[in-house]
Write a protein of this length. Structure first.
Length: 264
């Protein structure tokens, strides 16, 4: 395969366009200010990557660096100029976005969905690109099936992904929202969220006279498969197929440790 041509040069900032669709939901101004201060004192440590489009350029990687340089009123920026197709540019941007440590679960899920719908990339291909299993990618995308209130709480980092997944499995929408409010207000662990939902669902089965085998809970949830992460392998598992064993935290941690170490 012929290697694509690329060159390094200082390019006028006014000739560079930001991505037409920025994948991130928001970019903190404080983050840009901090980066601008770093560039002002140490210089630009890594060139941005841009793709030539006609007489102008579009950002492939380094959007925040470009914003920081603009804040400093610099007229030029060091860039690596590449020749890429639209799909290659989009995939490169997606990969850069997904490598950011502070990406929220909602932003990550939106990036996966965009790769699937706009770029026609399969879950298997996404997994190969980012080094995750297709099951984990699917689990992340399921965040977008959650109620908007859950997505808002996740994006604001008021609850963790594990907590959101557990609370989402609650069979009653109104009580689910109540549990979310409690989780945001007090801060809870995944195990606590699981206990809350388990106790409520058990009470619902009893109230509806379904016992452990009746239709009470299943009739509410049978039209939609809800996934929860396995505590051991972390892969998604159909909630209806989850096996639970009640125990204290100490015993739970010890059993998980033994299993992961391959003990008997």
């Amino acid at each position: 395969m012929e290697k694509k041509r690329e060159i390094f040069k200082n390019v006028q900032v006014k000739l560079i366009d930001r991505p037409a669709s920025v994948a991130r939901i928001d970019i903190s101004q404080a983050e840009i200010d901090e980066l601008a201060q770093s560039i002002s004192s140490q210089g630009l440590l890594q060139p941005i990557v841009i793709n030539k489009v006609g007489t102008r350029y579009e950002v492939v990687a380094g959007d925040r660096r470009l914003m920081a340089v603009k804040k400093l009123s610099h007229t030029k920026i060091m860039a690596r100029i590449v020749e890429m197709t639209k799909k290659e540019v989009a995939l490169a941007r997606a990969t850069e976005n997904l490598q950011r440590r502070n990406l929220t679960p909602v932003e990550e899920a939106n990036e996966y969905r965009r790769m699937c719908t706009e770029l026609k990339v399969s879950l298997e291909e996404i997994g190969e690109i980012i080094g995750k299993s297709p099951g984990v990618v699917k689990r992340r995308m399921d965040v977008l099936r959650m109620p908007q209130s859950f997505q808002d709480a996740l994006h604001a980092k008021k609850i963790g992904l594990g907590v959101a997944e557990e609370l989402w499995s609650c069979s009653d929408a109104a009580h689910r929202e109540y549990l979310l409010e409690m989780a945001v207000e007090h801060g809870i662990t995944t195990n606590i969220a699981r206990t809350w939902v388990g106790d409520f669902n058990k009470a619902q089965r009893t109230r509806l006279g379904g016992g452990g085998e009746g239709r009470g809970l299943n009739s509410v949830m049978e039209t939609e498969i809800i996934y929860r992460s396995c505590d051991l392998c972390r892969d998604p598992v159909d909630l209806s197929k989850v096996k639970e064993l009640r125990m204290c935290q100490t015993c739970y941690d010890e059993i998980v440790k033994i299993i992961k170490e391959g003990g008997g």
